[in-house]
Design a protein around this ligand. Structure first.
Ligand code: 4AD
Length: 502
């Protein structure tokens, strides 16, 4: 294969002639000179094509190339701080590979529905490009953390005969005439493996038939789950803390520029240091009912209402510019594009404003015993500047395998880790019930078919030991790190209720 240089490597080739292959990201054609921003998958680079430099013929072909056409160029590299990417290539030869026409995603603004429908093309735009690179690093760091710390990877099955996390969110599959389910968790299988290897983890796709259309729920997501023998709840919390710090540090180290482009506040991520806050469920309930939580939401209501007023005014102005007879076509297009973005913001804001009184009521009347809802988690996480562990939830709202607290049997030794600034739960975990009789009682109490769990009960029959672990959702973690409001942008092809195209 001929040598092709990656745009990311141009720094090593200043003064040299290189060959680049890629797609037209943007082009400014002229009679004598054309500026073309080339995208090759590793970065962007400005290519300068002068008619006089060009061997006969190719100038006009290149000049006519539309957005996302593919091509190969040869030229000399110079460093130029003002150029996109910091380097410029003065083109001496070029070859069109495929001319694109009418690429649907233009530099104008598009609504999110449109972009999600064109996800297969939207990948090429800056924001998804940054987010999916950060996701790739997060996944790499997850594997590194466990591999470097003595954990053994155990791949758990995707066809599962029984529920791991509650029967309401199971996807049923016909398995040669038998009903089985897509895995909601690999945990139960991991518990068996940790009795063989001590420290284990699994990492794979996870399925939940979530009927709610929220910004935090996918029906298919990726979860990593470690499981540790001879571990107490505190041991598991300490591992989770180190794990999250390692991910935040790595992303900050490798993706500073991308985070800045995404508008992420870097200081918020630099603050991700041990120790994280640790509050019990009962303390969290008090916090929700307390004055700080109410004041937070009331000030939200005020701020959001002011912003809504500003948006209404701005949208009216833009609409009149877009329709105006005297404005240039360029100004009309620009106004129309901005109006699309602001209308989207307005409709989100209206929904949030409509929900706030309900969220205040839920929080103020929160009763001990209920599970924390999404809005409750948001409040608790916004009242903290670092991640918060919420521990010891009421037994009846949690999974059957969680260890009963021996000093207060109304609660279990579990935890959720809430990311700060309102991003909410990214990890769920617990110590597991190691006592055979207690576990069997929970299985029966939940009306789970005991026969399906006989193998799991075996783990408590033969050398049972205290153990525990947790599960981290990759997409919620990426949303938090990138500062994205909605989880749908953190996975290449999101699957949500009613959404599975492309
Ligand atoms: O709290 P969950 O349900 O815990 C478990 O599945 C345990 N078996 C884990 C364990 O202890 N080994 O889920 C763990 C994490 C959540 O904190 C969240 O980050 C993610 O998985 N998650 C989802 N992410 C996206 N969409 C959904 N529908 C999710 N449900 C859970």
């Amino acid at each position: 294969m001929e040598t092709v240089t990656a745009i990311r490597q141009l720094c090593d080739h200043v003064g040299q002639t290189v060959r680049l292959r890629g797609w037209v990201y943007h082009s400014r054609p002229g009679g004598k000179i054309t500026f073309l921003v080339l995208r090759d998958g590793t970065g962007l680079c400005q290519c300068v094509i002068e008619k006089n430099d060009a061997s006969a013929g190719f100038y006009d072909d290149i000049k006519r190339l539309a957005q996302e056409s593919s091509l190969e160029v040869t030229g000399t590299v110079s460093a130029d701080e003002r150029s996109t990417g910091g380097f410029e290539v003065r083109v001496s030869d070029a070859r069109v590979i495929h001319p694109a026409r009418d690429y649907p995603i233009t530099p104008k603004a598009h609504g999110i529905e449109f972009l999600m429908k064109h996800r297969h093309l939207w990948f090429r735009s800056k924001r998804p490009w940054h987010v999916l690179r950060i996701r790739s690093t997060v996944v790499d760091q997850i594997r590194r953390f466990f591999n470097d710390n003595g954990y053994v990877l155990i791949d758990t099955p995707i066809f599962a005969p029984a529920a791991g996390e509650g029967s309401q969110t199971l996807f049923k599959v016909d398995y040669f005439g038998e009903e089985v389910y897509l895995a909601q968790t690999g945990q139960l299988y991991l518990e068996a493996a940790c009795m063989a290897h001590g420290k284990v983890y699994c990492f794979g796709p996870t399925f939940r038939a979530e009927k709610s259309k929220t910004r935090r729920h996918l029906t298919e997501f990726w979860m990593v789950e470690p499981e540790i023998a001879f571990a107490s709840l505190d041991d598991v919390l300490n591992v989770a803390e180190d794990f999250i710090c390692s991910i935040a540090e790595r992303v900050l180290r490798d993706h500073r520029d991308e985070l800045v482009e995404l508008g992420r506040n870097l200081e918020d991520l630099q603050a991700i240091k041990k120790p994280f806050y640790r509050v019990t469920y009962s303390q969290a309930a008090e916090l929700l009912r307390g004055p700080k939580s109410k004041a937070l939401l009331e000030s939200d209501l005020k701020e959001k209402s002011i912003r809504l007023g500003e948006l209404d005014q701005r949208i009216t102005d833009l609409e009149s510019t877009a329709k105006s007879g005297s404005a240039s076509q360029w100004a009309k297009d620009k106004a129309a594009a901005e109006a699309i973005e602001l209308r989207e913001e307005r409709s989100e804001l209206q929904e949030q404003i409509g929900n706030i009184p309900h969220h205040i009521e839920l929080a103020q009347n929160f009763e001990w015993g209920g599970d924390l809802g999404g809005s409750d988690e948001t409040i608790i996480s916004r009242l903290h500047d670092r991640p918060v562990f919420v521990t010891h939830y009421p037994k009846h709202c949690k999974a059957f395998y969680m260890r009963e607290d021996r000093s207060d049997e109304r609660v279990v030794e579990n935890f959720d880790l809430l990311a700060p600034q309102g991003f909410g739960e990214i990890i769920g975990g617990s110590a597991r019930e190691e006592d055979y009789d207690r576990l069997l009682a929970r299985i029966n109490h939940e009306h789970l078919p005991q026969a399906d769990y006989e193998w799991y009960l075996d783990l408590r029959r033969y050398g049972s030991v205290p153990h525990g672990g947790f599960g981290l959702g990759v997409e919620r973690t990426v949303a938090w790190l990138c500062g994205l409001k909605h989880i749908r942008e953190t996975i290449p092809y999101p699957r949500m209720m009613g959404k599975f195209y492309p």
